[in-house]
Design a protein around this ligand. Structure first.
Ligand code: CUA
Length: 170
């Protein structure tokens, strides 16, 4: 079968590109630990902040949504709304989320109103926050310091003020 030279070059280039892309995905996942946010459940955004309304504890008090599972392993359930994240919303008088250095924290995030985003600075935690969906990402904090999480999806008049803080203690 005759294949035109240009077409052959195109085939080979396309195959090479796919190999490059597969390597990029593999390296970012296994070497750099980049994860795709996992949608882990559906909730009703109208009732998600009511205690016991869903399988997730978004109705509990902000302090009770920071859970130590075992030494150095935490789960945090963050509820986003215009224009705060809770827990950790220091500009609304909440305490920062505080964990000791070396901790691994799994973040579960949802919204009770509109679409938000969450980016935890200094980590690779970054995801969209959708009403009705609970998304999950995990990060390990070896370096003590203050890590702010900011909203990076435009969500209304005070979008630029929407942030919270996580403190990693030595
Ligand atoms: Cu929430 Cu922008």
């Amino acid at each position: 079968m005759h294949i035109d030279r240009h077409e052959r070059i195109f085939f080979i280039a396309s195959a090479l590109l796919m190999v490059v892309f597969a390597l990029a995905v593999g390296i970012s996942g296994f070497v750099y630990g980049i994860q795709v946010p996992q949608p882990v459940g559906l909730v009703d955004p109208r009732t998600v902040a009511t205690p016991g309304a869903s399988e997730f504890p978004f109705g509990d008090s902000p302090e009770d949504r920071i859970r130590e599972l075992s030494p150095g392993r935490y789960e945090v359930y963050i509820l986003a709304q215009m224009w705060k994240f809770s827990p950790g919303s220091i500009n609304y008088g909440e305490k920062p989320i505080t964990v000791p250095a070396g901790s691994t924290v799994t973040f579960y995030v949802t919204s009770k109103d509109v679409q938000h985003g969450i980016k935890l600075q200094g980590t690779n935690v970054s995801m969209m926050v959708l009403p009705g969906q609970v998304s999950r990402l995990t990060a390990t904090f070896d370096v003590p310091g203050e890590y702010d999480f900011i909203c990076h999806e435009y969500c209304g008049a005070a979008h630029q003020t929407m942030y919270g803080r996580l403190v990693v203690e030595p």
